[in-house]
Design a protein around this ligand. Structure first.
Ligand SMILES: Cc1cc2nc3c(=O)[nH]c(=O)nc-3n(C[C@H](O)[C@H](O)[C@H](O)COP(=O)(O)O)c2cc1C
Ligand SMILES: CC(C)CC(=O)C(=O)O
Length: 368
């Protein structure tokens, strides 16, 4: 039987269909899945259905400008790449292809600590800003070495993910006994740390076991001073959902915050990411940039998050769909489609510049 031929993608969701044809079921489940009942995963998407836009008319929208700046780096678009692990599961070139795609689109790329290509190879392929996402490893000397390597390779910020002291209970991965195939590895960690991620065990996710071994769940706010002292790179905290933690983040010297529930993969029952955004933006004020991720699948949704106060909107799964579908070109395709759709929404709402994409542009009704 020949594989079905799909028409070229006209929206981000079309890349999902292309990716589905190329990926094995267990990898697909790892990418698509969420924690437990996947209630928060679904809530992230449904929150956007409660947004309505308030268009203004008779504004000159002959040029809609999506350019922006983050932590001093100019960007062609506020749409960026959220950190996701093991890109070689989606494409043989892995994170190098992702970096090439980000460069084509002029987008920020946040590289996962579990990248399957070296930081140096990724940096060599990149033409735009790279940030490195970290989990707080039990072995601080490994973390310290990684931070030094990132600075030497030209990474411009560290993104500490704070919503995963242990991995969410992901039923799909547990049922699949999901493990990382032997040819793929988190090559920036030392090999000894990887053994458990490769050990397939029916009824258990090898990644949950691996995370429990590698990540230090005892870390608290006071430990951040160690990381700040260890590196002069700006520090971004990813996985904040409340005003209380946003204020603590600023108090402890965070240079930016990512409002995120980890794409519904961690705490099932956590608030939809979009519902937490305005609360966090209001808490930190204008001095601390707030980035956003969770459930964004197109430019209208990017627009909604920007209007609610995000400075940048990161895509997780859609970038993996693009990567699986067409490598670097697919990554660029996803980012460029989302950016074109954003410009389109800016035109039809009468807001030709990002400064005008403010709360007057949206209404977010409360969820149940
Ligand atoms: C397959 C996959 C792997 C991920 N790996 C990481 C990771 O290594 N570090 C991290 O901070 N977040 C990770 N995330 C979470 C993303 O950074 C992001 O928060 C989430 O995917 C955003 O939601 P979206 O997929 O709906 O865009 C991962 C998400 C997916 C889907
Ligand atoms: C390898 C995993 C721990 C990466 C992750 O954060 C995720 O899958 O959500």
């Amino acid at each position: 039987m020949t594989a079905p031929v799909l028409p070229p993608p006209v929206c981000v969701e079309d890349y999902r269909r292309l990716a589905r044809l190329r990926l094995d079921q267990d990898v697909w489940d790892f990418i698509e899945g969420g924690a437990e009942t996947e209630r928060t995963l679904g809530a992230n998407r449904r929150a956007f259905e409660r947004v309505t836009l308030r268009p203004r008319v008779l504004v000159d929208v002959s040029h809609c400008d999506t350019r922006t700046e983050l932590l001093g780096a100019p960007l062609a678009t506020p749409v960026g790449i959220a950190p996701t692990a093991y890109h070689r599961l989606a494409h043989p070139e892995g994170e190098v292809a992702t970096a090439l795609g980000a460069g084509t689109a002029g987008a920020l790329y946040v590289v996962s600590i579990f990248a399957s290509r070296t930081l140096e190879d990724i940096a060599a392929a990149a033409t735009g800003p790279l940030w490195l996402q970290l989990y707080w490893l039990r072995r601080r000397e490994v973390l310290a070495a990684l931070v030094d390597r990132a600075a030497a390779a030209g990474f411009r910020a560290l993104v500490l993910t704070v919503d995963a002291p242990r991995l969410g209970r992901r039923h799909r991965d547990a049922r699949n006994g999901f493990a990382i195939g032997s040819g793929i590895s988190a090559v920036n960690l030392d090999a000894a740390l990887m053994a458990s991620a490769h050990r397939a065990d029916p009824g258990r996710s090898a990644l949950a076991v691996h995370t429990a071994e590698a990540v230090d769940p005892s870390v608290t706010w006071s430990d951040l001073a160690w990381l700040r002292a260890r590196s002069s790179l700006p520090l971004v905290l990813k996985g904040i959902l409340t005003a209380e933690d946003a204020l603590l983040a600023v108090e402890h010297g965070a240079d930016a915050i990512v409002v995120s529930n980890h794409g519904g993969r961690q705490l099932d029952g956590a608030t939809a990411s979009l519902d937490a955004l305005a609360e966090v933006v209001d808490a930190v004020g204008a001095d601390c940039p707030v980035l956003f991720d969770g459930g964004v699948r197109g430019g209208t949704e990017v627009f909604a998050a920007l209007a609610l106060g995000a400075r940048s909107v990161l895509l997780g799964r859609p970038v993996l769909w693009g990567l699986a579908a067409a490598g670097a070109a697919g990554v660029a395709g996803v980012l460029e489609l989302a950016t074109e759709e954003l410009a389109h929404t800016m035109a039809l709402t009468g807001r030709p510049g990002l400064a005008a994409v403010d709360r007057s542009a949206v209404v977010l009704r409360k969820g149940l």
